[in-house]
Each structure stands twice: as C-alpha cells, then as structure tokens.
Design a protein around this ligand. Structure first.
Ligand code: BDP
Length: 644
C-alpha cells in the first residue's frame, strides 16, 4: 500500500462523529481509511512517563491499544501505527512508547501577503488571504494532516520580513479561520511580527520597547489576538537584521525588545521566538556577529523567550560548521532554525536530502540542549506541495527529527521511500543510498572544502564567484567569503585572522585553528590556504578542489543513471518528473564546476588535473549568464537553456 498517510487524500472531516471530539473523530477516520489490521482502541490515560503528546501502542492477541494522556497524542499514535504498517513492520506484537523530544516542532513560512513566498520554489503561498476567512481551501486541512502525521505542531504563517498589516484586525480574522482548520490536528498558529507595528499600524511615534504607550499597544494587540484565537502560539521576530526594524533602533537591546513582547504574551502562555540572525555591514567578520550581539545577553531573556538560531554562523550555506552561539548561552532558551526550502541547494530542481546535514549539526549540538526545532518550509501551491518530489522527503525528515532527533537519516529516508513509492528493497535500498549521498554531492559540485556563498546575486541559484555589484554591501558578495588571490583561497578565521575560531569551545577552537587538524570539510571556512598546500590526501589544495568538483558531477550522473534504471518500479509521471529534474541537476553541476574552477584557476594559475573532465564552458560565457528570476521562482529547463 502506497502512502497510506503521508500523501493520500482523506474525506472532508467537518462532521464530528457522535460522542467524539474533533481530534478523536480524525483519529478514528484515519484508522477507518488506512488501517488494515485488527481492531484498535484509543484510550486517554495518565502515564508519568508520557508527555501530553506522547503515546504507547501495544498489540497482542488480535487487538491493538493506543494510549496517551492527550487527544493529540492519540492521533499521533494512530499515525505512528499507520506508518509502521505502510513501512511493512510486523504490527502483531508491538510495544511502542514514544515521546517527542521537543514540545515545539514548528514550520516557518516565509509567505508574503501578496501570495508570493520568499525563497519558495513550489508555487505560491498556500494561504489564499483574499478568499479567507470565508473560503477554506481543502488544502488547509490536507496541509495540517500531513504535518500532524509527522508530529509538527506549530506553524508561523508569514514571512519573517513581516508586514505590519499582518496584525490588522481584518487579517487576524483570516488567521483565526486557519487556526480553526488546524486545531483538530494539534497545530497552533504563530505570526511573524514587524517590530515597528506600533508606528506603522498603531500610528504611535515610536516603537521603543520601554515606552509605556508601546508596551500598552502590544498588550492590547495581544489581547485582541487571544480573543479571536485562544490557543494562539506567539510571535516570531526578525529584528535589526537586513533592514528590519528592532529595539536597537531605539538604543535598546534584543533582550529589551523580546521581553516586552514576552510580557504581553505571558498571561496567555504565548511565546516569543527571537531570531539571532543578525549582521551589520561592518569590518567584523559576519560569521562572528550573532555571537557577539547575543552571547552577552545571556540570562536577560524571559522564560517564554526562545532565541532562534540558524544552524550555521552565516546563512544556510550548503555546508557550515555549527553556530558557536549554541551552548554559549546556558541561561537562555535556544532553538535551531533549519532551512527546508533549498534556497542555497538548487531550489526545487536539485535532489538533495537534507537529513544528513541536520544530523551533522546534531553531532555538535546535543539535541537535548535545545528547546525546539524550527524549519523554513518548502511548501507551496504546486500539486505535489514541494516542487521536487524528493523535496517532500525533507519536509518529512524535518518533522521526524523534530520529534526524535536521534533517528538516523537512513531510517527516515527508508520510511519515507516505503510510504511514498514501494516497499520493494530493490528500489528502496539503492535509492536510499542515493538520498544519503545527495547532500555531499551538492556540496562537492557547489562549494567543497568549506567554501561558501559563491552564489549569484539575489536569487542564489547558480554560481557567480566573480560577482561584483557597485555599491553593494561587501558581505553580500562572494569575494568577501572566498578571498581568492594569487596566494590561495579561503577566509582566515583562525586566531591570526578574524579569530572566529575563538567563539568555539576550547577543544574545537584548537582543532579548527590549526590548518593541519582542521577537517577538510571546513578548511576554507576557517583558513586562507595556499594553492600548493599539501592536503591530508597528499594532493595540493588546487588539485583537491578540482577533484571535489569533479566528484560532485560524477555523483549526480550516477544518480541519474540509477534513477533511469528504476523506470519500471515508479509511477510513470513521477518517474519522468524526477528524471527531468535530475538532468537539470547534472547540467547545473557541470555549470558550477566549470564556473568555480575556471574562475579560481585565474588565481591558482595551475592546470585542472588531466584525468578529470575538461570544462565545457568558457569563463567569458559563464560570466554573461543572468537568470531573469526573482527570489521566489525556480528556473525551468527552458529558462536555463535560453539564458546560459
Ligand atoms: C536569507 C534569505 C533572505 C531571508 C534571510 C532571513 O536570503 O531571503 O530573509 O535569510 O533568514 O538566507 O531572514
């Protein structure tokens, strides 16, 4: 049985079964539609070892019992049972006890009021604000159901670059309608807020968080929200970052701003997720700035504030070391923000399974040291939700890891493949391997050995390591990051350079500081390395770089070959969709390799090793490529062919 829970449709759920709450009605409906086994009983039960969302599943002698202290926990138990069934597990003798590690497992939508999605590559926003609140698209409940099936229990509906109009009463009525659809699925809504809302919406002369009128404005606004949505979750805030307003505009700190909002939300048990994604166009290494600004504020935040930190110190690059801010604020709640949408990983054209990247982060940051996990969503109005069929695996993996970060990437990929395609191991095993390799492959053909931010201006799809925009902020240009010159390449963040290494715990700081012990994967992140430097492999840095790019190309060619061999095992339309995207990915990989190697070769002055594929583009031609796309479009094959 394919996709018993994960993608198929469920009949409308408006009518509540007699004697049941909306949540339990849903749970029973799911069983009716999807469960092939013996009778299942659902029971609310007290169990000291279970969190409200946790559950047990016991099966013996032809009966299955699901128990949880909470109704949503029962629903999660049902989804878990269905997942086991569709993954081919033996469901006759189950002894399952599941608790989510995080109480908050939340998606961040970067959706704009006009229906566009910042960095969204799967169509337009799912939320049709013009039709809301009177028209409720069927997709709202389907969205909620998919999320609930993997344990996601919160959603921030709008972009962190937030419009103040989000908090206007007419808009809040619409938010209320969505909250109503999501509620039975255990999902709360949250909003990104613009810190200058008291000025822009409220007509006040200031948004100073210590100003009485401002405090009062937020109190009233929060009250209004909870009158409409009693289980509203809280606010997400991007402040004093990339031009957004914030408390620093008024000489206050991030803590002052966050606490003011937290105090307004506290009576209703609402929370503030305050982002640490901040950097200024100064001389200070951008990678150091979030730490410098936030670490000294440790201990100053209210209990209902969580500082939300991107996994790496810069910005969702194909590979970054973890952000040293994690673990550096022991008296402050912290959560990680991952990017599910592939802004820096080939949009919806490239097959890149992200779980291994997230697990790499967790190998440095103990999951239990965090309070929650947020993911920037990759969903949109595309019929398949995420653009690339395999991009759905990233949504799935995000939910599963937010529930249990100790699951392995393989396990999650295997579950997803079985539920989405088939249980046949001749398909599942090799395709799982391909997924497992796909992130490393993308790093290889885009930015190996710790390189970062070589992206084209604005849209971040293709390579533009040479990019120069007159008057642009230095830290928005690739040369700021790669620092290629005749002597070598890479950003010197050692103690002799920007000293960003010193923000890490002593052991790691020492390891990263020394060019000999710094792992290859982060080498050019932390060091400016001579072209002729001898790498651990014995090759020179230049040769190593060439082989890495070449390996990336060869890896995706192998993915293409493998996929083609699976034609008989996959639904024809789905097969062709993935096939077409893999061919784009291969061409893009060659584009990346040629662009980066030809450009860096001008500095290195060394030949590309003769045993690897020769460049098929010229640097002059590559420099002329301009993709006419905005921040929310995925280039089609035609567009790519026409423009490069
Ligand atoms: C960057 C994106 C930009 C976001 C920003 C953020 O390019 O669109 O607004 O992150 O996270 O990666 O605030």
């Amino acid at each position: 049985m394919i996709a018993s829970v994960w993608w198929n449709k469920l009949a409308a759920t408006e009518d509540v079964m007699p004697g049941h709450t909306p949540v339990l009605t849903l749970a029973y409906k799911e069983l009716q539609e999807g469960w092939d086994g013996p009778p299942v009983t659902l029971a609310l039960k007290k169990d000291r070892q279970l969190k409200e969302d946790g559950f047990t599943i016991h099966s013996e002698q032809g009966r299955v019992a699901i128990g949880s202290p909470g109704e949503t926990g029962l629903l999660y138990g049902v989804y878990h049972l269905l997942r086991l069934q569709s993954a081919g597990a033996d469901t006759d003798s189950l002894q399952v006890k599941e608790n989510p590690l995080y109480d908050l497992r939340i998606l961040n939508h970067w959706d704009n009021p006009d229906g566009t999605v910042e960095r969204g590559y799967a169509g337009r926003s799912l939320w049709n604000w013009e039709e809301l609140p009177s028209v409720l698209s069927e997709r709202y409940s389907e969205y909620a159901r998919i999320n609930a099936s993997i344990g996601i229990n919160g959603t921030v509906l709008n972009n962190v670059n937030a419009s103040s109009a989000t908090l206007a009463i007419e808009h809040l009525e619409k938010v209320k309608a969505l909250a109503g659809v999501f509620r039975p699925y255990g999902i709360r809504v949250y909003l990104s807020v613009n810190f200058a809302s008291p000025i822009q919406l409220g007509g006040l002369s200031t948004a100073d968080p210590l100003d009485k009128e401002v405090v009062n404005w937020w109190r009233q606004k929060v009250k209004e929200i909870y009158r409409l949505i009693p289980d509203f979750g809280g606010f997400l805030v991007k402040a004093n970052s990339e031009g957004q307003p914030g408390p620093c505009d008024f000489g206050r700190t991030h803590a002052d701003g966050a606490n003011m909002l937290a105090d307004a939300l506290e009576p209703y048990k609402g929370i503030v997720m305050w982002r640490a994604f901040v950097y200024n166009p100064t001389d200070t290494d951008r990678a150091k700035q979030a730490y410098q600004e936030f670490q000294p504020l440790d201990g100053q935040f209210r209990d209902n504030v969580i500082v939300q930190i991107k996994n790496g110190p810069v910005d969702f690059q194909p590979r970054e070391p973890y952000s040293p801010l994690f673990g550096a604020m022991p008296h402050t709640g912290q959560m990680v923000e991952f990017q599910i949408t592939q802004e820096y990983l080939g949009f919806s054209n490239h097959l890149v399974y992200l779980a291994p990247m997230w697990k790499e982060f967790f190998s440095f940051v103990p999951p239990a040291s965090l309070k929650a996990m947020a993911g920037v969503a990759n969903t949109g109005t595309d019929a398949n939700w995420c653009g690339h069929p395999f991009a759905r695996a990233n949504w799935y993996a995000f939910g599963r890891l937010a529930w249990n970060p100790s699951l392995s990437s393989e396990e999650i990929a295997g579950e997803w493949l079985k539920q989405t395609f088939t249980q046949d191991t001749t398909f599942v095993l090799p395709i799982r391997e391909m997924m497992m390799e796909s992130h490393e492959a993308a790093v290889n053909y885009m930015m190996p050995l710790g390189l970062h931010h070589l992206f084209a201006w604005g849209h971040h799809y293709g390579p533009e390591p040479w990019c120069e925009i007159p008057g642009a902020r230095a830290d928005w240009l690739p040369s700021y990051y790669h620092k290629a010159d005749k002597t070598g390449i890479g950003f010197d963040r050692s103690r002799a350079g920007s000293a960003a290494v010193a923000q890490y715990p002593a052991g790691l700081a020492r390891q990263y500081d020394d060019i000999q012990s710094c792992p290859d994967a982060y080498l050019l992140w932390f060091h400016h390395v001579p072209w002729g430097h001898t790498m651990k492999s014995g090759r020179t840095l230049w040769d190593e770089l060439c082989y890495a790019y070449d390996r990336g190309v060869r890896q995706v060619r192998a993915f293409q070959q493998l996929w083609d061999s699976m034609e008989k095992q996959v639904d024809p339309q789905l097969f062709k969709d993935v096939q077409a995207r893999l061919s784009i990915q291969v061409r893009d990989a060659v584009w990346w390799k040629d662009a980066c190697l030809l450009y860096f070769q001008e500095f290195a002055g060394r030949p590309v090793p003769y045993d690897i594929e020769r460049p098929i583009h010229s640097l002059e031609a590559l420099k002329k490529v301009r993709l006419p796309i905005g921040n929310y479009e995925c280039p089609s094959e035609e567009l790519l062919n026409k423009n490069r």
